[in-house]
Design a protein around this ligand. Structure first.
Ligand SMILES: [Zn+2]
Length: 324
């Protein structure tokens, strides 16, 4: 697998090392030379290299440029991620659902690549229990050729209700809305499964910022649509309709300062009735009634100030619900 030996297995002796032990300075990835941020178990402990060469299509990696060039000019037959294309937009953005069991090597290489840019990461090799949603963009000139932008992984079965294990957008493609695209896709899949979910913790700093932004814009948009149609909405409905778990919905409402919850105290609602919409939610598990008061004016103002673009459009999802 490494260098010129195609049969060599990926080293499984790698362990989490402090980032100061980073042994790869940069990678060549398609047209991009990208500085690495953190340690990743690409190499054995006694190996080091200033630059690793990675095929942008099959994700195989090479210590020597000569071997990489041989591979990319003659050896590689892949031109897009493996798996099923589950999203295809006319703007060229596509998502491939890759099963860690059937495309084990590709998914392992994807995890190794991701680790170069992620401080925390736990799986590299045990990928069978995960699905990988790979975001790629169609080449402007080459037919059926896709360039990797980022991905997220998801446990096939999560007892904890996690809907995302790990998310990475390659540095040259960051700050262009692709992280938010992947988060939005993860919640759309959760919604289609008629569940609610939350990402695996702890989140990186970048992850926290991305999720907070997504929660706020999604919840504001949903509240605004209910206010416009003069309907009430409960926390439970907000959670179900967005796929965002109740804890994250409540925390977002608190962060946004557009509402507060009021447990078992209906009287306190009265002074706030004017110009505001009262939403009631009963939690059937512990039989506590909670009320949410939403400041309608504030929701509309905040929504109007939210200009973040959302690249994800659920209308272009396909083949969902046809899994094995
Ligand atoms: Zn290749």
């Amino acid at each position: 697998m490494v260098d010129d030996d195609d049969e060599e297995e990926i080293s499984t002796t790698g362990h989490e090392s402090p980032s100061e032990l980073k042994r790869i300075d940069s990678i060549q990835f398609g047209l991009y030379e990208i500085d690495s941020w953190y340690w990743s178990p690409y190499l054995d402990d006694d190996q080091t290299t200033t630059k690793l060469y990675i095929c942008e299509y099959c994700l195989r990696y090479f210590k020597y440029k000569k071997n990489y060039e041989q591979h990319t000019t003659n050896g590689c037959t892949r031109y897009q991620p493996p798996g099923r294309k589950i999203y295809e937009h006319p703007n060229g953005l596509s998502v491939f659902e890759v099963d860690g069991q059937t495309a084990q090597l590709y998914c392992q290489c994807l995890c190794l690549l991701a680790k170069l840019f992620l401080d925390r990461k736990t799986i590299y090799f045990d990928v069978e229990g995960f699905l990988f949603y790979v975001l790629a963009k169609l080449d402007d000139n080459k037919r059926n050729t896709y360039h990797l932008l980022g991905y997220f992984s998801k446990e096939k079965f999560s007892d904890e209700g996690y809907n995302l294990a790990c998310l990475m957008v390659l540095p040259p493609h960051q700050r262009q809305g692709y992280g938010k695209f992947l988060i939005a896709l993860s919640y759309e899949l959760t919604r289609l499964e008629k569940k609610t979910g939350s990402p695996e913790k702890p989140l990186s700093n970048l992850g926290q910022i991305g999720y907070k932004s997504y929660f706020h814009s999604t919840i504001l948009a949903k509240l605004k649509s209910y206010i416009n149609s003069k309907m009430n909405i409960t926390i439970g409905q907000l959670s179900e309709e967005t796929g965002i778990c109740i804890d994250d919905v409540v925390q977002s409402l608190i962060d946004l300062q557009i509402s507060y919850t009021n447990l078992n105290n209906e009287q306190r609602e009265e002074p706030h009735v004017k110009k505001k919409t009262i939403h009631k939610q009963r939690d059937d598990n512990n039989n506590i009634s909670s009320f949410i008061i939403v400041d309608s004016d504030n929701v509309v103002n905040l929504s109007e100030n939210n200009h973040e673009k959302n690249l994800f459009d659920a209308n272009y999802l396909r083949l969902i619900g046809h899994r094995r």
